[in-house]
Write a protein that binds this ligand. Sequence first.
Ligand code: GLC
Length: 645
Amino acid sequence: MKRIAYFVLMFSLLLSACATPTSVPPTAVPAPTVDAMIYKDPAQPVEARVDDLLARMTLDEKIGQMTQVEKGSIQPGDITKYYIGSILSGGGGSPAENTPAGWTAMVKGFQDEALATELGIPLIYGVDAVHGHGNLLNATIFPHNIGLGAANDPALVEKIGRATAEEMLATGIPWNFAPVVAVVQDVRWGRTYEGYSENTALVSSLGTAYINGLQTLPDGYQPAPGQTLFTLATPKHFVGDGATVWGSSKSGDYKIDQGDMQVDEATLRKLFLPPYKAAVDAGALSVMASFSSWNGVKMHAQKGLLTDVLKGEFGFSGFIVSDWQAIDQIDLDYYKAVVTSINAGVDMNMVPYDYIKFITTMKKAVSSGDIPQARVDDAVRRILRVKFALGLFDHPLPDSNYQQTVRSPEHLALAREAVSKSLVLLTNQNQALPLSKDTQTIFLSGSGADNIGMQTGGWTLQWQGVSGNSTAGTSVLAALQSAVGPGTKLVYDPAGVFKDQSAKAEIGIVVVGEQPYAEGVGDSADLLLNYKDVTKVSNMRDHAEKVVVIILSGRPVNLNGILPYTDAIIAAWWPGTEAAGITDVLFGDKPFTGKLPYTWPRAASQLPLNSNNADGKTGCDGPLFPFGYGLTTSDPSPKLPECNP
Ligand code: GLC
């Protein structure tokens, strides 16, 4: 209705301008033509464009902007019909043709539907490119954040953010649901690896570096008028997702993921809020709310934190997106859940399935006054502001120029460098490392020896990751084959028994670790290694002079079963596709520089154990290796006390 009134006014102005010029002075400026829409004028300031557009929108169009749907659930034509403002791919949400061209075609198809609406508001497509564009087949996959925390190199992390942005844009996607800026207090959490560290300052430093990498316009880049963002970062999950208490989760059989953070406000402000203040100060314009709770109240219902602290105290001018169907967890009564969360400050709902139910509920809540119109206008203003900041109004369609950046030599070299810097040398008895490239015989075994899926971990190809060699990359086996000298005999036995070998090898390498997982599926009560891997380590002791263990894991794991059989142990975390970064350090071409970003416990029974609560815990009561620990090959290996795990 509003828009009709607008056009009647414009038309009458037009008529008066065309009337016999008796009433209009000859120098009058012609009335604005109907299509002189400020929001469409790139020369106008962003806020003026937002104001103009908001004033033209109906309630339906506004609610559509607050609605995010997963790409498999949106029906053809419904983006136009319901003015949907955002589409996402969840973990594994790839198109049938999982190539940059296939992704670009999918994103363009959705965008064309959005542009077909009367106001032509472009949609924004989001994805979890948390360690590279993990959903994209044959993408460059970097170490997960735990490895970047061990590397502790902000400039490197910023470059990874930029490279990730380029491979996202190669698929037409400008929005990354990353970085996780959780300050993780209990490594039994299945999302430990998505966090950089247990240490607040380290998380703030690397989180803002990554945001800068994603968002800063590259030198020489030609932005659209008003465009300030290269791609959009989303620090998550606000707030305290990594501080929940074991056993407090009420989500299915999850134990700590989506659980309850039980701390006072002083601790919240000291440990868990600073990374968000840093992110906002670094220009973050989207934040994702957490599934978890604070002292029994769901974060998606915490107005005091979402609105008063994040938007008010921190001055956050972007929009808050919910997590996946997280609003539904607030109350069994969906109407109450929606009213509570939107009024608390959530601006966009990652529905992500039944969008018609959400839209209908919103209309009812606004019509009844339970959700004030002003709250809707504030949410939509924030969303539109970000879409203008991304330049989406002026170039809404994907730019195929970035397709050649996927697994480019530059990106692969960057990933390989990151792997090398992420490694932490835990023990090095008998000067086992570095290895000589002239080593006569090397035996290799372990579940991770030829398994790129165990290198990449969760959020890769599928939500839970995919074990095995399903995407392009270099396995540890392949890296060793390339690294050893011509005189070296490398024997790989997946079974780890080497029964055909008459003599011992000089060096035995066993690559152990965790099979991929994501979120609460990875919550672990014991952090134990697979017993088959433990057996292979003890077997290797009988077949090699020196035994080196490489751990591919999303977190510190229980080492008690392998310590007695090893000379050297390397924490490689989930390093991604470029294992040559491991052999670069194994053979001394690069030094070990990584330091533990998390306290390494002796056993899960000690947890939660971290640098925020380990004071005074020494000997067998203390950690196996403390936060910040890491050897170089010239350091003496510590004598570890005998403890009953
Ligand atoms: C998931 C995760 C969140 C992710 C979102 C979309 O449940 O909690 O980190 O961004 O859904 O995949």
